[in-house]
Design a protein around this ligand. Structure first.
Ligand code: SF4
Ligand code: SF4
Length: 206
């Protein structure tokens, strides 16, 4: 069990709703859910989720901490915002979904090999280095995330697309040897480190 998770368990002592209210983005809205089911019925991914947003909110209020933080349901949210538009109580459901996903990741409880999490992590690691995304390195990191053999298969299957992108000057092999970056990447890294420090303090993860 991660230190952050043990500390959270000790701090909240079984009050998961309070934990979500204090540590998850927009989590203070959860108690406003009246379980009408509109979000569950409207979500285009509804039938494919283990738990709909409506059910997740009920589980938060019912103290089902492990089940909520280890499911991959909230990672399925595509940010289409249909639920936010339709919720009669105006809950910022999309943001809460991403907030729960981020919190479970920070506690080390998010499911391993979850594709959305993998893409988000690789995208962020790539972007945070120079302040600009390096498309070539990002694509290669994604292709090879499951090993060399799978990476070669992925790269070959996308070969035609890659060639077209290069022809249209949307992708350059030079990106492999540096590529474009912000004027002062170190400043970007300082800003990110400070933002992380503030967020960790606010969420009790410092
Ligand atoms: S639409 Fe809003 S009030 Fe209704 S179940 Fe979903 S979150 Fe709760
Ligand atoms: S924003 Fe996410 S949770 Fe809401 S309807 Fe779209 S996919 Fe479903």
């Amino acid at each position: 069990m991660s230190d952050a998770n043990s500390q959270a368990l000790a701090h909240y002592q079984g009050n998961f709703l309070k934990e979500v209210e204090e540590r998850v983005e927009e989590g203070h809205w959860v108690k406003m859910c009246m379980q009408c089911g509109v979000c569950a019925g409207s979500c285009p991914f509804g039938p494919h989720w283990e738990h709909s947003p409506q059910k997740l909110f009920m589980m938060v209020m019912s103290n089902k901490r492990d089940e909520v933080l280890t499911t991959d349901s909230m990672w399925m949210c595509t940010s289409c915002y249909t639920c936010i538009v339709r919720c009669p109580r105006k809950l910022p459901i999309t943001h809460i979904m991403h907030g729960l996903a981020n919190y479970s990741h920070r506690l080390g409880l998010a499911p391993k090999k979850q594709p959305t999490r993998d893409v988000a992590r690789l995208f962020w690691n790539n972007l945070a280095k120079t302040g600009r995304i390096n498309e070539l390195k990002f694509s290669l990191a994604l292709y090879f995330k499951d090993g060399l053999v799978q990476g070669i298969k992925n790269a070959l299957s996308m070969q035609a697309v890659g060639m077209k992108l290069m022809k249209a000057k949307r992708l350059s092999p030079n990106e492999l040897f540096g590529g474009h970056k912000c004027k002062n990447p170190k400043d970007i890294q300082t800003v990110i480190a400070k933002a992380r420090e503030i967020e960790d303090r606010r969420k009790g993860l410092a």
